[in-house]
Design a protein around this ligand. Structure first.
Ligand SMILES: [Zn+2]
Length: 120
């Protein structure tokens, strides 16, 4: 289906110009536009308690993964309203980096390089 790249309006086959802005219609805006969205979109990586969340966050950031947590995005209001971090935090990563993030975490879990401190 032809699309107007400016108005993001879909036209029926047979049109080649946008009736609103006069822009030439393109075959599809799905291709490039969608890829850009995926790169910007953040998806849930895991739901975890806050202390472990901080460990994982710094681990991923050390590998160049951009991490956002629920409380950073929702602000302090949610934190106060829900009575602190008893419910844990949600960690989000970019959709395009999700696989990489899971691989980093997977290899780290196998090596047991993070987690609870051992008490001596
Ligand atoms: Zn248009």
């Amino acid at each position: 289906m032809p699309w107007c790249p400016k108005c993001k309006l879909e036209y029926r086959d047979g049109y080649d110009q946008c009736s609103d802005c006069g822009e030439s219609l393109v075959d599809s805006i799905d291709g490039k536009g969608q890829k850009e969205n995926e790169e910007k979109k953040f998806v849930l990586l895991m739901d975890i308690n806050q202390r472990e969340g901080e460990v994982i966050r710094s681990l991923l950031e050390a590998h160049g993964i951009e991490v956002r947590s629920q409380f950073n995005e929702a602000g302090a209001y949610l934190d106060i309203y829900m009575g602190g971090s008893v419910f844990g935090i949600k960690l989000f990563v970019k959709e395009g980096q999700l696989k990489e993030a899971k691989e980093i975490l997977g290899s780290q879990v196998e090596k047991e390089e993070f987690g609870e401190y051992e008490e001596e």
